[in-house]
Write a protein that binds this ligand. Structure first.
Ligand SMILES: *Cc1c(COP(=O)(O)O)cnc(C)c1O
Length: 377
């Protein structure tokens, strides 16, 4: 089906093409100088000590679990209103996901009160997910973590450059994980990053990224090193220089892209001020935010179902999505399932609307007007 207004539009231009060509012609296309430069640029932008470029964010979450010593039987408190990868990573190390509820319609991030309620003697870590780039209540969460000696992993896939009280998301906990999948704020096709301020954690993650080997083939090719040892069962979780060269260009565009998205979000907030029975989560939030996606909730009193409304939007040429089907309701997580009334209610009424930097004000107004007509028509 052809939509007039897509959910997402790639912010690519001639710059990305030129960067890829340059890398191809350099004849070094696997992990090498471009990957190293991408990591340096990422660290600089976030003001974080160490960045490790990876194949995707899912493996970044896996490595975060490994380097923080999360293992079999450990409990990890995590959200359910997130992409399944957040929770799959907990299972990769045979740890137990303990789902915490969200705060409410106005704030779709994990509720610190519910996190605190779910702590047991087996709890080892909390994974937070900054929904759409809006920060979790990190002061409370870090206080809880400190009081109970828990590690904190930030799934910051939605929030590159987003801030919480002036601090960049991903740099507040022990480790932060980012994704550069096609539809993310930074797109390289597939790609991810692990960030930390802890040198020992970084060194360990770097070792695991490449088979547990003590040197990389690029270093060997430069004559810096001849042999290597394998000191741990590692993985091949590397990013390649083709993707890294796209990432370098994407980082240069990021701030401007996010400023545009902030403007789009403001248009949405203004337009929806006129539409009753629609809640805009995080409305009026101040602080710099990436606006990875734009979600709205239908109020419970709305007489059209969410799926009916989505169908009607599609017929009007507006592509929508739903971030996310709650993870605790998937078959594979049945044994860990608990009742999460706030998450379940919000997820049943949630619609993700188009969001990208090239959106225009008339498009946003058309979407709000169409939704108004569907709900009240
Ligand atoms: C996209 C995403 C992931 C997975 O990232 P990949 O790079 O596709 O592995 C994990 N968590 C969240 C919240 C995401 O949005």
């Amino acid at each position: 089906m052809m939509y007039n207004i897509p959910l997402f539009d790639l912010n690519f231009g001639i710059e990305e093409e030129t960067a890829v060509l340059e890398t191809l012609r350099s004849k070094w296309i696997s992990t090498g100088p471009k990957t190293a430069a991408f990591e340096t640029d990422f660290s600089g932008l976030l003001g974080v000590g160490y960045s490790l470029a990876l194949a995707n964010c899912t493996v970044s979450l896996h490595l975060a679990m490994k380097i923080l010593g999360i293992g079999p039987g450990d409990e990890v408190i995590c959200p359910s209103l997130t992409f399944v990868a957040t929770v799959n990573a907990v299972r990769y190390v045979d740890a137990i996901p303990v789902f915490a509820d969200i705060r409410g319609d106005a704030d779709l991030t994990m509720d610190p009160l519910d996190i605190e309620r779910k702590i047991t003697s087996r709890t080892k870590a909390i994974v937070v997910m900054h929904y759409a780039g809006f920060p979790c209540a990190m002061d409370e969460i870090m206080r809880i973590a400190k009081a109970h000696d828990l590690k904190v992993i930030e799934d910051a896939c939605h929030g590159p450059l987003s801030e919480y009280r002036g601090q960049k998301l991903g740099t507040i906990g022990d480790a932060g994980c980012f994704s550069f999948f096609s539809n993310k704020n930074i797109s390289t096709g597939e790609g991810g990053m692990l960030v930390t301020n802890n040198e020992a954690l970084y060194d360990h993650a770097k070792l695991l990224r490449s088979h547990g080997m003590t040197t990389l083939s690029y270093e060997r090719s430069k004559g810096h090193s001849t042999g290597y040892d394998v000191v741990e069962s590692g993985y091949n979780y590397r990013m390649d220089d083709i993707r890294a060269s796209i990432g370098i260009v994407q980082l240069k565009k990021l701030k401007n892209d996010l400023l545009k998205r902030a403007e789009v979000r403001q248009w949405y907030e203004d337009a929806f001020a006129e539409v009753s029975r629609v809640v805009v989560p995080f409305k009026g939030h101040n602080g710099f935010v990436s606006n990875y996606i734009f979600a709205v909730l239908l109020e419970s009193s709305c007489r059209r179902s969410r799926d009916e409304v989505r169908d009607a939007l599609h017929k009007a040429g507006i592509q929508t999505s739903m971030h996310y089907p709650p993870v605790h309701l998937f078959s594979i997580f049945r044994e860990f399932s608990v009742s999460l009334p706030v998450t379940e209610s919000a997820a049943s009424r949630l619609i993700t609307l188009p969001m990208y930097s090239r959106m225009t004000k008339p498009e946003v107004e058309y979407i709000a007007q169409t939704l108004q007509d569907i709900i009240h028509g």
